[in-house]
Design a binder for this molecule. Structure first.
Ligand code: PMP
Length: 403
């Protein structure tokens, strides 16, 4: 029987947890009412499930349930946060600060605003680990800065930003602070009060929940942050996101967050152990491998490596039954190398020579060991054919060892 493919692309998406699927199933089969129907039990039961999920999401962030708006995912949450908040911020000024390591669903939004509107945009750089420090943000702030948006943890290299310090800085200057916490929720301890967060985006499918559902946290007091909806309709979600609530998906998101928090103490050290085993194993077998991202302040499951003299795309293709990404999955339809790696100072060749491994809840030791084997063989084969590499000679370390 052919071996099952090994899934090591848990930043792109995750396998839904069977416990999440079980929680969702009754909302497809029996409790199918519209949560906005107020005149019968079908509607009440659905609304009750949505309320419970809203509490679960809020609890995961130290927020009030009234501050949670369900969206179709983090792309929508990022759009709603930025485009929704700006109309209320013009009194403060016309300047937005964001970073070079944001996901495209933030970067493309602000770039469009910069092109098509009066808003002025500053995109601050990161250091060579992908981290944005507080000083850099402080230097970019102007009296007319109205909004700062900084990703909590990067989706390509896993680097964690000093969100609490940046939040405190923004609040000290009366600036609204948005963070895209899509990769961080369920993995890092986040608290919207202690972290001074005004707007926070998250997505269910990164935490073993279903695709097509996410949420935006919108601060209601100290200070109250107002947002304008992106589209008009039935006035659901307190008028901020019209559209019949996707009850099964919302239930799945609530359950996924609750499970992530409950299992975190057990899950994360195990995931980190597997990630470290993967790195050690690859380094033992393959020469000239460079780690991209922060050596310690990094998401537990993240391992982004550049393999000198090898094209990441070709390496990925040669690894067939091990699923990883070269660059971010969300941008891999585009031919150009990752904007995050380039912002970290990697030249085009090194950026192109990178692979992103994302270890997750369901990976096993056997899978990691198999992946090491596959990566080592693929890298050795490609390097034999690489002119740049053979110029330097093929190392013993890169040749297949007898099994
Ligand atoms: N932000 C980050 C950091 C992400 O990793 C992703 C998913 N790749 C998104 C936003 C978009 O999330 P969604 O797929 O829920 O729209």
């Amino acid at each position: 029987m052919p071996r099952q493919a090994v899934y090591l692309d848990n930043h792109a998406t995750t396998k839904p947890d069977p416990r999440v699927i079980s929680a969702m199933t009754p909302y497809f089969t029996e409790i199918y009412g519209n949560a906005a129907s107020v005149s019968h039990r079908f509607g009440w039961d659905a609304a009750e499930a949505v309320d419970r999920a809203r509490e679960q999401v809020a609890a995961g962030l130290g927020a009030d349930p009234k501050e949670i708006v369900f969206t179709s995912g983090a792309t929508e949450a990022n759009n709603l946060a930025i485009k929704g908040a700006l109309p209320f911020l013009r009194r403060k000024g016309d300047h937005i600060v964001t970073t070079a390591v944001e996901h495209k669903s933030v970067l493309d939004v602000v770039e469009r605003l910069g092109r098509e509107t009066e808003w002025k945009i500053t995109v601050v750089p990161c250091d060579e680990t992908g981290r944005v420090d507080v000083e850099t943000i402080a230097q970019a702030l102007r009296p007319e800065t109205a909004l700062v948006s900084v990703i909590t943890a990067n989706n390509e290299v896993g680097t964690i930003n000093p969100i609490r310090e940046i939040g405190a800085l923004c609040h000290g200057r009366g600036v609204v602070f948005h963070t895209d916490a899509t990769q961080a929720v369920g993995k890092l301890v986040l608290d919207v009060q202690a972290d001074h967060i005004d707007l926070l985006s998250l997505s269910s499918h990164k935490i073993y929940g279903p695709k097509g559902i996410g949420a935006l946290y919108v601060r209601r007091r100290d200070p109250q942050v107002r947002i304008k909806p992106l589209f008009d309709g039935g006035g659901h979600e307190r008028g901020l996101r019209s559209g019949t609530p996707a009850v099964p998906l919302i239930v799945g998101l609530g359950e996924a967050i609750e499970l992530a928090l409950k299992d975190r103490a057990e899950d994360l050290p195990r995931i980190r152990g597997l990630r470290d085993r993967l790195e050690t194993g690859i380094r033992e077998r393959v020469r000239d491998v460079r780690l991209n991202g922060h050596p310690t302040d990094r998401l537990d499951g993240n391992l982004n490596l550049s393999f000198s003299y090898v094209d990441g795309e070709a390496l990925m293709m040669a690894m067939r039954d091990v699923a990883v990404s070269s660059g971010a999955a969300c941008t891999s339809a585009e031919p150009e190398p990752s904007h995050v790696l380039r912002a970290m100072g990697l030249d085009e060749d090194m950026a192109r020579a990178s692979l992103r491994f994302g270890v997750g809840r369901f990976n096993t030791v056997e899978e990691i060991d198999h992946a090491i084997e596959v990566v080592a063989k693929a890298a050795a084969t490609l390097r034999v054919h690489s002119a740049a590499w053979t110029g330097g000679g093929v190392s013993e370390k890169d040749e297949q060892r007898p099994s």
